[in-house]
Design a protein around this ligand. Sequence first.
Ligand code: NAP
Length: 259
Amino acid sequence: MPRSDQPLRLLILGGTADANRLAAAIAAEPRIDAVLSFAGRTEAPKLPPILSRIGGFGGVAGLVDYLRAERIDRVVDATHPFAAQMSRNAVEACAAARVPLLALERAPWQAQRGDCWTEVDDLPAAAAALGAAPRRVFLGIGRQNLDLFAKAPQHSYLVRLVDPPRGRLPLQQVEIVIARGPFDRASDRALLEAHRVDIVVAKNAGGDAAVAKIEAARDLGLPVVMVRRPAIPPRRTVSSVAEVMDWLAHDSTPTERGV
Ligand code: NAP
């Protein structure tokens, strides 16, 4: 720890199952004073066993101010791999405020035997990859960006969301299922079968919280349009909570501190 007499002040950028797991591990560590930050997209996020805050910081400048005002010693970016703006802001703000940053990020899923993936760079490309003929599409991409699929109205969509939508979704032929992960393979298989889904669109999140739909598609021989991850500037990255705890237990190096 940087200051042996005081607890380490840690900011966790969250919104994922991994961030919740990290918060649970940190709750048992009295020498770490941590706050878990949510964007505020989910109406009732699972409350962590540590202090939390909700809402954006106000870009890079706002995050720099927050790091300084709260005297944050370390930042762990445990956001979703597709939360690219937050992750880019964290790289820039931590460099500016000289606060060591670690990313907790699972390796992307790799296609396995039995998988039939079309990999694309972004969601507009995913909508285009569904083709001209009408399909029954499972959209496991969250609430944002559904409008991109309005440009492909020939398809009917099954959309899974954490919260019930406040208004109409921007899709013509749509069914909604409300559920919060982690999901399991058998239930996702049953869901895809019940709705006679014939193609799945997914973001390559990696990890186990959202993989069930990919396994279910494999079981059913369904094609998957898999969106590759957005680019994030280079940063130190680990893939497990244990590695984060190890990093927190040791002093940051001069390089990490940017001196
Ligand atoms: P984003 O596009 O990278 O971020 C947009 C803005 O939202 C950020 O610039 C920041 O606002 C605010 N923000 C994002 N994450 C935040 C956090 N943990 N704490 C405080 N502010 C945050 O993010 P997104 O893709 O909309 O994702 C929002 C949240 O949902 C993240 O916490 C992410 O982990 C979670 N999530 C995202 C996905 C996905 O597919 N994108 C999937 C599952 C969960 P300011 O610039 O004002 O600071």
